[in-house]
Design a protein around this ligand. Structure first.
Ligand code: SF4
Length: 331
C-alpha cells in the first residue's frame, strides 16, 4: 500500500515531493490512510518534544480597520466589521502580558494590525518586556518589516515573531507575496526565530496549493509550522465559501508534520481542538482582546480560548503540556 511507503519514508526522514503531499492530502479525511498519517504525526510530535505541547497566548495592542484588506480578517476595512479605532494603553498592555504570564503561557504574543505605528509598538514592547520575568518568551505578530526594524525588535527584547505567507496572498490580500517572504528573511537575519503556518485554509484551496505551502513553510527552518482553517467572518465574501471541518484541518496538520523537517519541533493548529492535537498539533493559542477571526472586540467573550482551556484540550487528547518558557522559540 502507498500509505506504508509514506509512513516509512517519513520515518527514514525522507524529503517529500509536492506530488506525494498531493496524494496524502487527496485521501478522504475519514479514511484509514488519513488516520494512519494522523497517528504517525502524533507520534513524531511527541517524540520531538518529549510529549510536551505548548500553549502560547496572544493579546492585541489595537483594534482598528486595516487597509491591507485581507478578506479573511475581521479588521479588514473592506469587511466593515469594526469602525472604531482603539489602542490599549501601556498600562493595559503590561496588565494583559502579566496576566498571561501568571496563567502559564509558554510564550506571549503582542499583536498589532499592519498600520500600527512602529515606534509606538517598540515603546510598548519595551515596557511589557521590562514588566515580565526575564525567562518569559515574548513574541511579535506584526506586519511586514525591513531588516532595520527587525533588528530593533530583537533589541527591544523579542525572541521571535509569527509570520506567514498566507494562502492566495496577493489575491485575497493586498500584500505582495514576495514582501511576506522578504520579511521572514529579515526577521531571521536579525536573529528573531520565526513561527509560521499553512493558513487560512478554506474549501476553495486546491490540494496542489496546500502542498506547495506546506513545502514552503518547511523550507526556511521555522520553529513551528502547522495548519489552521479559515474562520468565516459573517457577511463577508469569503464566508460564502464555507469552512473546512476540524477533521480535514487535522489531516492537513498531520501531513504538514510528516513533510516538514524534524528540526522543526512545533506543529500548530488554530483554533484549538482535540482532533488537531490527536493528529500531531503540539501548539495551541489562547487569545485576549481583539482577534482577526472574531467579530467581538474582546475575544475572551467570543471565539478566543483561555490558556487553561487550551491545556484541558491537550490533556483530553492524551497530550502532556510544557510548564515554563517555550522550547520551540528557544530551539
Ligand atoms: S490580517 Fe493583518 S494585515 Fe491583513 S487585514 Fe488583518 S490586520 Fe490587516
Amino acid at each position: 500500500m502507498k500509505i506504508d511507503y509514506f509512513i516509512k519514508k517519513s520515518q527514514d526522514h525522507g524529503k517529500f515531493t509536492k506530488d506525494e503531499l498531493v496524494e496524502m492530502l487527496a485521501y478522504a479525511p475519514d479514511s484509514s490512510e488519513s488516520y494512519r498519517i494522523m497517528a504517525e504525526a502524533s507520534r513524531i510530535s511527541r517524540e520531538l518534544t518529549g510529549d510536551k505541547a505548548e500553549v502560547h497566548a496572544q493579546f492585541a495592542l489595537n483594534l482598528e480597520p486595516c487597509a491591507c484588506n485581507c478578506l479573511f480578517c475581521s479588521f479588514a476595512e473592506t469587511n466593515g466589521i469594526f469602525q472604531q479605532k482603539n489602542q490599549i494603553s501601556p498600562e493595559e498592555a503590561v496588565r494583559s502580558a502579566r496576566q498571561l504570564e501568571e496563567e502559564g503561557a509558554n510564550a506571549i504574543f503582542m499583536m498589532t494590525t499592519a498600520q500600527y505605528p512602529f515606534g509606538k509598538f517598540l515603546e510598548m514592547a519595551r515596557q511589557v518586556r521590562s514588566s515580565l520575568k526575564s525567562a518569559t518568551t515574548l513574541i511579535a505578530n506584526v506586519g511586514d518589516q525591513p531588516l532595520m526594524n527587525a533588528v530593533k525588535m530583537k533589541d527591544a527584547g523579542f525572541a521571535g515573531v509569527y509570520h506567514a505567507l498566507r494562502l492566495r496572498e496577493g489575491m485575497d490580500t493586498a500584500l505582495p507575496p514576495e514582501k511576506r517572504r522578504e520579511s521572514i528573511r529579515n526577521f531571521q537575519e536579525a536573529g528573531l526565530k520565526v513561527g509560521t503556518c499553512v493558513e487560512p485554509v478554506g474549501p476553495e484551496h486546491v490540494i496542489e496549493e496546500i502542498a506547495e505551502m506546506i513545502l514552503y513553510t518547511g523550507s526556511f527552518n521555522p520553529v513551528f509550522s502547522g495548519a489552521a482553517r479559515r474562520i468565516s467572518i459573517p457577511g463577508t465574501t469569503l464566508a460564502k465559501k464555507g469552512m473546512i471541518s476540524e477533521l480535514r484541518m487535522a489531516q492537513i496538520v498531520a501531513v504538514t508534520r510528516l513533510a516538514v523537517p524534524r528540526t522543526v519541533l512545533g506543529n500548530c493548529t488554530h483554533e484549538p481542538c482535540t482532533i488537531g492535537a490527536a493528529a500531531g498539533a503540539n501548539l495551541f493559542w489562547a487569545e485576549m482582546g481583539a482577534n482577526p477571526r472574531d467579530t467581538k472586540a474582546k475575544t475572551e467573550t467570543g471565539r478566543g480560548h483561555t490558556i487553561s482551556r487550551c491545556r484541558v484540550l491537550f490533556h483530553e487528547s492524551g497530550c502532556g503540556v510544557l510548564d515554563g518558557p517555550s522550547r520551540f522559540y528557544a530551539s
